[in-house]
Design a protein around this ligand. Structure first.
Ligand code: ZN
Length: 1022
């Protein structure tokens, strides 16, 4: 009790000390300003600008505007050489730190950028070096922001000095007081700290604050406190230790657009540079090469300054990926390209290598990632996000993360506490609460006693503040807390690896599933669709241009054009863009970006196939069918006269040319019956009820009922989708409670009944929305396609399709990047319960030993398979942060593939590729001079378990890069890749094309062994 009174007394006194540390020099109540529609970055103006006066208390602002403010300040004569502070109040603020919005500005003094002014950096330090002839020519570039209250009240500027000892005393005393709060009451250090703090306080003469005697007494108290702290040196700990790195998590787009982020980077980075001048120990890290590239373009002088600090070693460029990517939806090849583009930029531009994959904020991490990290020449993985788990607390903070193929990556979670939240933060504060808390939270104390704390405000908050850096200085002197030291993230991990060597490090052998934000597999459906289409297009463009390069003389591979597309595509994988958690404006940009991304690929595809087609020898007008999948395929071709024909045997990664006259003659004689409530083809009998739902699905070939007896299939289920927080992010655990089926069938129509194809079209109404669906069956493949068009008008409604199947299995299999993952279909454990919605790539499957069912998709990612009910999430329609999200037209296909045996015995992998990759058809004229054959396969593999995912030209030489992976969990010997002509040289390389070893080849074949889910990359000269 008495102690509480002492603490209150000290707190109160410290407030007084803090206030009287500022020595005001000048108040500046008036400036000039204008709105800059050109949004220029630098204060370079001609005479045409109409500057207007703005006085204290005047309003200014607006939505997404840039203003320039200016003022010339004459300094008093006796200013001296001390550092000055400029407080910029473009908005009125009270004492509260939490303000919803604040303009973000960049301050220029005497022609130089100084630092950002934002809600956490309202004061700028003006070093005496930039004061010229006693004048400060001040310019402020201010961005008004996009949300919240935008009527700012101009409140003037103030120039002041700081009384050095008051400030030092304040930070030291404040941190001692905060340390006392963190220590156990019987702790001798706590007792001693309180004692010396109180003694020091008694020495302050508060009789006349701001008087000479007052400041002298503070100096005396400060010296006393320091002396007393030195006597407590023996109580300082060597261990544990906390390594601090300055950081600012800048989302590439979220509640603002990429354009705004580029500007946020300028402000944040100049703040960092300004504080680095004042605090020589300060180290800062930033993780997105894409943002460095933007900065280089937007503001070369600032970029050069950043680069200097990187070379000096105080600014750390790490992270490895081009941007901090999503890894649930983002395809495997994209994750590799993130590192390829990221590491290349870091190396070529900044001369640094990066070993740490830095994804503190993405919403879950694929089981494929450890292998991708390791084989991309990286070693470590860092995040904080899994601590947000809503149901299960993750058991480890330092562990080997073992991936799908068995690769182990050293992973570490940053355990910095956040005062207002249960989870750990990447926006760490510096203070006794976090320094002690990060250690208290940490679970692997037995193997490691050094932790990494990244500190600083993110997202335009400007990164670390001078207060954080002052706190750091103070904490270094205070016993009772873990030791602190500034350091670099890369060094932290390298030393961590040393420390845990030969220790009992836990292993996590699974995906890092994130138990929150499950709606992000589905929100903003268009961006998922565009992403999948782009995956297909860039695969095709690289393959077809590689083919052209090898088939045609003087063909130039469009590396620059494709890489331009790639950069934009990679940018849109950002962990708030692709997941659908950003504002409307971000998705307007994304739509434009994807038009450009697709435009580039389409142009290069068209160019390549035109040039190849021209060289194909043909005795009469023909059609060329390009197959860009690794599998031979049969395809239905629609002719100009409306007739259809089946073309068989289109070679893998190749083409087949067929004379038009030949096509007309081919017909097949197969059964196909399509009625309004009945379909029968070679494989199935399908019956529908009066609501358009599947009443029966019978597999004739395998003599099985596919649906559970008495249950209906393809039931379109809707759910009230109102998560309690994070609307676009979350599907809540209770979503299942209120389900309605879509049953208002308004039309059924037989659209096609030919031996090749049967099409039955259904139309439903659901409130204000309509759903049209074509159920399509074939006689040459077993897939049943549900080609769906939805005009979606609902708000906060989730749409799923459900298939209760006649299968008993406690595990379902989901396609992920470079492989697949098994997840439980039970709710036996809380870990199973948490996975009520899971991410997947192109298919998911539920199989028992001799039969199974797969659901494939052409752009959907959210699945749930519990007990025997397989569901795919089709749409959501959140209202926050984009009020208009998903209330638009949607087109997508999902397919059902019942099959004999398990998924491993089935055609699901091939069919998923075929569903996503259409055959490309090109008409050609008779050309007897052509020197290319009419049937051609560029590259093929002799083993169905091995899938060639990527064929491209190598980045740095003329070889062709072939990337493949084992897709069924088998260990294989002597797998053969066969090329269309003899090989000259073959080298195995890592995923980012760094050469590793020469490999054996014979004629046109490479022979190799492969382990379960292994990814291999070969460079081949031929
Ligand atoms: Zn983020």
């Amino acid at each position: 009790m008495l102690e509480d009174i002492t603490k209150k007394k000290l707190e109160n006194g410290l407030r007084e000390v803090k206030k009287s540390q500022t020595l005001s020099i000048l108040q500046i109540p008036q400036m000039e300003y204008f709105e800059d529609k050109e949004r220029r970055f630098k204060p370079e103006f001609n005479n045409s600008i109409n500057w207007k006066k703005i006085e204290k208390e005047e309003k200014w602002g607006g939505y997404d505007k840039v203003f320039w403010f200016r003022k010339n300040i004459e300094l008093p004569e006796n200013i001296g050489e001390e550092r000055l502070f400029l407080r910029v109040s473009l908005e009125k603020v009270g004492d509260l730190d939490v303000i919803p919005d604040y303009p973000e500005s960049l301050l220029f003094v005497n022609g130089q950028f100084v630092q950002g002014i934002d809600k956490y950096h309202k004061e700028a330090i003006i070093s005496p070096k930039i004061v010229q002839e006693n004048v400060l020519r001040i310019y402020l570039r201010s961005w008004t922001g996009l949300r919240g209250e935008l009527n700012y009240t101009f409140s003037g500027l103030e120039l002041y000095k700081i009384e050095k000892y008051s400030q030092k005393y304040y930070f030291l005393a404040k941190n001692i007081l905060d340390t006392i709060d963190q220590l156990n009451e019987n702790d001798i250090v706590r007792v001693k700290l309180l004692n010396i703090l109180n003694e020091s306080y008694k020495r302050i003469n508060f009789t006349k604050p701001r008087s000479k005697e007052y400041y002298e007494s503070i100096k005396d108290s400060y010296n006393f406190l320091q002396e007393e702290l030195k006597k407590l040196r023996n109580f300082k700990m060597d261990s544990p230790k906390v390594i601090l790195t300055g950081h600012s998590h800048i989302d590439m787009a979220w509640l603002w657009t990429v354009l705004h982020t580029r500007e946020k980077a300028q402000r944040t980075f100049s703040t960092v540079l300004n504080l680095m001048k004042e605090y020589p120990e300060y180290i800062f890290m930033h993780s997105s090469p894409a943002l460095y590239k933007f900065l280089k373009n937007d503001y070369p002088e600032l970029y050069e300054k950043v680069k200097e600090k990187i070379i000096e070693g105080r600014w750390e460029a790490t992270g490895g990926m081009w941007i901090e990517s999503d890894s649930n939806i983002s395809p495997g090849e994209f994750l590799i390209r993130q590192i390829l583009f990221g590491k290349r930029f870091l190396k070529e531009e900044l001369g640094v290598d990066s070993n740490v994959v830095w994804l503190p904020d993405a919403f879950g991490y694929t089981y494929a990632l450890p292998q991708i990290i390791k084989k991309s020449g990286m070693k470590y993985f860092a995040t904080t996000k899994i601590s947000w788990n809503e149901i299960n607390k993750f058991p480890y903070d330092t562990f080997w993360w073992k991936g799908i193929d068995g690769t182990k990556i050293l992973s570490h979670f940053i355990t910095t506490p956040d005062k207002n939240n249960y989870f750990y933060t990447y926006n760490g504060m510096v203070g006794p609460f976090t320094i002690k808390g990060i250690w208290d939270n940490y679970k692997q104390k037995d193997i490691n006693d050094e932790l990494l704390l990244v500190f600083g405000w993110g997202d335009g908050g400007g990164g670390p503040t001078y207060e954080m850096l002052e706190n750091y200085q103070a904490i270094k002197e205070i016993p009772g807390l873990p030791q602190v030291e500034m350091g670099r993230v890369e060094d932290y991990f390298a030393k961590l690896e040393e420390r845990i060597r030969d220790k009992n490090v836990p292993v996590w052998d699974d995906e890092l599933y994130f138990e929150l934000h499950r709606g992000t597999y589905t929100s903003q459906a268009f961006v998922k669709r565009e992403n999948r289409k782009s995956e297909v297009l860039y695969h095709n463009a690289e393959l077809l241009n590689s083919m052209s390069l090898k088939l045609l003389e003087d063909f130039e591979y469009p590396k620059n054009s494709l890489n331009e597309g790639w950069e934009l595509l990679l940018l849109n994988q950002f962990h708030d863009i692709l997941p659908g958690s950003s504002i409307r404006e971000v998705y307007e940009d994304a739509r434009r970006d994807f038009e450009k991304i697709k435009g580039i690929a389409n142009k290069e595809i068209e160019r390549a196939i035109s040039m190849i087609s021209k060289e194909i020898k043909s005795e009469e007008d023909s059609l060329v069918l390009f197959n860009t999948t690794p599998f031979e395929r049969d395809e239905i071709l629609e002719l100009e006269n409306g007739k259809k024909t089946l073309v068989r045997g289109i070679p893998p990664f190749g083409y087949k040319s067929i004379k038009i006259s030949n096509l007309e003659q081919k017909q097949i004689d197969e059964k196909m019956i399509v009625k309004e409530d009945y379909i029968e083809n070679r494989y199935y009998i399908i019956e529908f009820n009066e609501k358009g739902q599947l009443k029966r699905l019978y597999d004739k070939e395998n003599k099985r009922e596919v649906l559970e007896e008495g249950k209906l299939g393809n039931v379109l289920q809707t759910f009230e989708d109102k998560p309690y927080f994070f609307d676009a992010w979350d599907i809540s655990p209770y979503f299942n409670e209120k389900m309605k089926e879509v049953t208002d069938l308004i039309e059924v129509k037989v659209e096609e009944e030919t031996p090749l194809k049967g099409v039955l079209k259904f139309s439903w109404r659901f409130y204000d929305s309509t759903i049209e669906q074509r159920v399509i069956v074939y006689n040459h493949i077993r897939r049943i396609d549900f080609d769906t068009h939805v005009d979606w008008k609902e708000k906060q409604v989730l749409l799923k399709t459900a298939f209760p199947v006649n299968i008993r299995s406690t595990k379902a299999t989901y396609n992920i990047q470079f492989g697949n993952i098994e997840r439980s279909t039970t709710n036996n454990t809380s870990w199973d319960i948490a996975k009520f919605e899971v991410p997947a790539q192109k298919w998911a499957d539920l199989s028992e030993a001799n039969y199974g069912v797969s659901i494939l998709n052409d752009c959907k990612h959210g699945y749930d398979i519990k007990e025997n009910v397989m569901r795919l999430t089709l749409l959501r329609s959140p209202i926050e942060p984009d009020e208009t999200a998903d209330r638009t037209d949607h087109t997508f296909i999902y397919s059902l593939l019942p099959h004999a045996g398990t998924w491993r015995d089935s055609q699901v992998i091939q069919e998923a590729y075929k569903l996503n990759y259409s055959v490309i058809v090109k008409k050609i004229r008779k050309n007897e001079e052509g020197n290319l054959p009419d049937n051609f396969s560029f590259i093929k593999v002799n083993d169905f378990d091995v899938v060639i995912e990527t064929i491209k030209k190598a980045e740095d030489d003329d070889s062709i890069l072939i990337r493949l992976f084992e897709d069924k969990g088998s260990r294989k010997e002597k797998v053969e890749i066969e090329l269309f002509r003899s090989i000259r040289k073959a080298i195995e390389c890592n995923l980012i094309e760094e050469e590793e070893k020469e490999i054996a080849f014979k004629d046109n074949k490479i022979v190799f062994n492969i382990t379960p889910y292994e990814i291999k990359t070969f460079k081949v000269w031929f």
